[in-house]
Design a protein around this ligand. Structure first.
Ligand code: SAH
Ligand code: SF4
Ligand code: F3S
Length: 443
C-alpha cells in the first residue's frame, strides 16, 4: 500500500451495475492509499462514473462535468475524470470537449491509479480498452450504501445480445461470467459483516454460465448456492431477459424462502413487429406465456418491467399492442422511456428515428397513465396480506416510521420504534398508494 492519501469523490449515474462498479473503483484506489470523500470541495480527484443509455442521461452528466471543472478555478491541482459507459462511447472526444484529466472505460479500472498518477494539466490520460476476461472477481468492493443491509454483487459483465436500440454491448463489451467461488465468497463475507440482502447483477442473468475443469454452473445453480449461505440472507437478482428465462430458475426460486419473489422482466414493446425490429428474441405470445408460467409456479411473484415508447416506425397499432400487454399483465411497477437514438447502434444505422417527439411523449404518457392505474390495482391486492419485511431504515416521508421491502419488492412503511435496519419484521398491509404499502407492525 502506498501513502498517497489523495481524497477521491465519485458521482455515479446509470444502473445498479454502475453503482457496484464505483464500489470496485473505490476498492482499487483504496489499495493505493486513496481515501474516499463525499465532499467535492475537499476532493483531490473528482470523477463521474457515467451512463450512455439515453441522450438525456449524457446531457445531465455534461452539466456535472462543467461543475466539476469549476473546482479547478480555485484549486489548481484538482484532477477531474470520466469513467464508465460514456468514457467508453466517446473516448478521446471527452478530453477535448470535457476538458478532463483522465478517461477510463468499464474494463480499465485496474489502471486508474496509474492514469491518475500520470495525469497532469495538459497531459490527460486515457484507457478505454475493453476486455474479454475482466470481471474484477478478486476485488472486494468498498460498499457505498448507507444502511449496511443490502448490497449489489455483479455476477457477469458485458452483453452478447444486440438489441438494436441499445448502446450497452458497445460500452460494456462481450458477456463474461464471474467465477462462482468469488461470488459465493463475497456474499458470505457480506453476510458475516451484517448484510442481509444481496442483489446479483447482470444485463442478462439467465445466460450466466461458468465452465472450469469439470465444473459447470448455470444461473439456477448459482442462485441455489447463494441461497444456501443462510436462510437469513435474502437474494434478489436483475435483469432477467424473457427469451432466456427458464423454468429451472423459477423452480429454484419457489424452493427457497430467502430468494425474493420478484422478477424484473423488461418487455420493451407489446408489438411483435416492433420486438423483431428491436431484435428482442421473443414474441408477445412468448412473453405472456412466461408471465403465466411465473404466476403458475409462484402465484405472489412481483413482476416489474421496462418499456420503450416510440421506437422507429412504431404505429398507433403497435402502441396499442403495448398498452394492451400492460393491461393484460398488470405489472407492479414499470420503468418507462421514450426511444432515444444512440449513435452506432443497429437501429441508428438502419432505421430512421421517425416518430416525432410529440407522438413519443404522448404515447409514453399514455403508458404511464395506464401503468399508474395498474400499479394501484396491484398494490391494493396486497391489502390484508401479511409480509415479512427486511427493515432498511427510517421512511423518507416520515422519519418516525420505518421502511423496508416485502419479498415481492414492494416498499412497506409502518410505525415502529423498536426495530432497526437489518431486522426482519412481520407486517400487515392496511392501505396503499400506487408505490407504497402502508402497513401495521405485527408483534
Ligand atoms: N439488460 C436489460 C436492460 C438494460 S438497459 C434488458 O435487456 O432488459 C435498461 C433499460 O433502458 C432497457 O430495458 C430499456 O427499456 C431502456 N433503454 C435502453 N436503450 C434505450 C434507448 N436507446 N432509448 C430508450 N430507452 C432505452
Ligand atoms: Fe441492451 Fe439488450 Fe443487452 Fe439489455 S439485453 S443490455 S437491452 S443489448
Ligand atoms: Fe448506463 Fe452503462 Fe448501465 S449505459 S444503464 S451505466 S451499463
Amino acid at each position: 500500500m502506498s501513502s498517497n492519501s489523495k481524497k477521491v469523490y465519485i458521482e455515479t449515474y446509470g444502473c445498479q451495475m454502475n453503482v457496484n462498479d464505483t464500489e470496485v473503483i473505490f476498492a482499487i484506489l483504496a489499495n493505493e492509499g486513496f481515501i474516499r470523500t463525499e465532499d467535492i470541495a475537499e476532493a483531490d480527484v473528482i470523477m463521474a462514473n457515467t451512463c450512455s443509455i439515453r441522450d438525456n442521461a449524457e446531457q445531465r452528466i455534461w452539466g456535472r462535468i462543467e461543475q466539476f471543472n469549476l473546482q479547478k478555478n480555485t484549486r489548481h491541482d484538482v484532477l477531474t475524470g470520466i469513467v464508465g459507459c460514456m468514457a467508453e462511447r466517446l473516448k478521446e472526444k471527452l478530453l477535448d470537449k470535457g476538458n478532463v484529466d483522465f478517461v477510463a472505460g468499464p474494463d480499465a479500472y485496474r489502471n486508474l491509479p496509474r492514469l491518475i498518477a500520470d495525469a497532469a494539466p495538459g497531459h490527460p490520460q486515457i484507457d478505454t480498452e475493453l476486455s474479454r476476461e475482466e470481471t474484477y472477481g478478486d476485488i472486494k468492493p468498498v460498499r457505498i450504501d448507507k444502511n449496511g443491509v443490502s448490497a449489489f454483487i455483479s455476477i457477469m459483465r458485458g452483453c452478447n445480445n444486440v438489441c438494436s436500440y441499445c448502446v450497452v454491448p458497445y460500452t460494456r463489451g462481450v458477456e463474461r461470467s464471474r467465477d462462482p467461488r468469488t461470488i459465493i465468497e463475497e456474499a458470505r463475507n457480506l453476510f458475516d459483516r451484517g448484510y442481509k440482502e444481496v442483489t446479483l447483477l447482470g444485463q442478462n442473468v439467465d445466460s450466466y454460465h461458468w465452465k472450469c475443469d469439470r465444473e459447470e454452473v448455470s444461473f439456477a445453480s448459482l442462485l441455489e448456492q447463494v441461497a444456501h449461505i443462510s436462510p437469513d440472507l435474502r437474494i434478489r437478482f436483475s435483469t432477467s431477459n424473457p427469451q432466456d428465462f427458464s423454468d429451472e430458475v423459477l423452480m429454484v426460486m419457489a424452493k427457497y424462502d430467502n430468494i425474493c419473489k420478484h422478477i424484473h422482466f423488461p418487455v420493451q414493446s407489446g408489438s411483435n413487429r416492433i420486438l423483431e425490429k428491436m431484435r428482442r428474441r421473443y414474441t408477445r405470445e412468448w412473453y405472456l406465456e412466461r408471465v403465466s408460467r411465473i404466476r403458475e409456479i409462484i402465484p405472489d411473484c412481483g413482476i416489474t418491467t421496462d418499456v420503450i415508447a416510440g421506437f422507429c416506425s412504431e404505429t398507433e397499432e403497435d402502441h396499442k399492442d403495448t398498452l394492451s400487454l400492460f393491461d393484460i399483465v398488470g405489472f407492479d411497477t414499470a420503468f418507462m422511456f421514450y426511444y432515444s437514438e444512440r449513435p452506432g447502434t443497429i437501429s441508428q444505422r438502419n432505421y430512421p428515428d421517425d416518430v416525432d417527439i410529440e407522438t413519443k411523449t404522448r404515447r409514453l404518457n399514455e403508458i404511464i397513465a395506464l401503468q399508474g392505474k395498474k400499479s394501484l390495482e396491484s398494490y391494493r391486492k396486497d391489502i390484508g396480506k401479511v409480509f415479512r419485511v427486511l427493515v432498511e431504515g427510517p421512511s423518507k416521508k416520515d422519519p418516525a416510521d420505518l421502511c423496508g421491502r416485502a419479498s415481492n419488492n414492494k416498499m412497506c412503511v409502518f410505525a415502529d420504534n423498536i426495530h432497526k435496519a437489518g431486522d426482519y419484521v412481520d407486517v400487515e398491509v392496511t392501505g396503499c398508494t400506487s408505490a407504497t404499502l402502508l402497513c401495521r407492525l405485527l408483534d
